[in-house]
Design a protein around this ligand. Structure first.
Ligand code: GDP
Length: 126
């Protein structure tokens, strides 16, 4: 079976939630394939995930790792939420969630965001 050939020790599921066009698809494609699409259309999968995810909290166990990602840091002149404001919000959530700012366009912090998330999950389950 797959267990025999699978070279992995762990399989973690990361779910990306957020309003349409915030950059969820591009964060994933940047991380997974180092690809960025300037004109990406929302897909049915993404839309379904958005609906699904509204109820995330009530469907996952309490020990799920939640992380706040502020994307599009390259668009400095259009910033609407300050880093301080976002960090403060993250600090008020349950028992603290990690906050990180990224840009799928210029690559900044994308790798770090996913690594941090994976690290937190790993720490929790081992
Ligand atoms: P989703 O609906 O959340 O999946 O958002 P998409 O990944 O489809 O991105 C929506 C739009 O924002 C697309 O035109 C992307 O090119 C753009 N976009 C995504 N991430 C960034 C980013 O980090 N910086 C900039 N400037 N644009 C981005």
């Amino acid at each position: 079976g797959r267990e025999d050939t699978d070279p992995f020790d762990y399989l973690f599921k990361i779910v990306v939630i957020g309003d349409s066009t915030v950059g969820k698809t591009n964060l994933l494609s940047r991380y997974a394939w180092n690809e960025f699409n300037l004109d990406s259309r929302s897909t049915i999968g993404v839309e379904l995930a958005t609906k699904w995810l509204r109820e995330l909290r009530s469907h996952v166990s309490d020990d799920v790792i939640v992380m706040l990602v502020g994307n599009k840091t390259d668009l400095r002149h259009l910033r609407e939420v300050s880093s301080e404001e976002a960090a403060e919000y993250a600090g008020t959530y349950d028992n603290n969630m990690t906050f990180i700012e990224t840009s799928a366009l210029d690559c900044s912090n994308v790798e770090q965001a996913f690594r941090q998330c994976i690290h937190e999950i790993y720490t929790k389950v081992t």
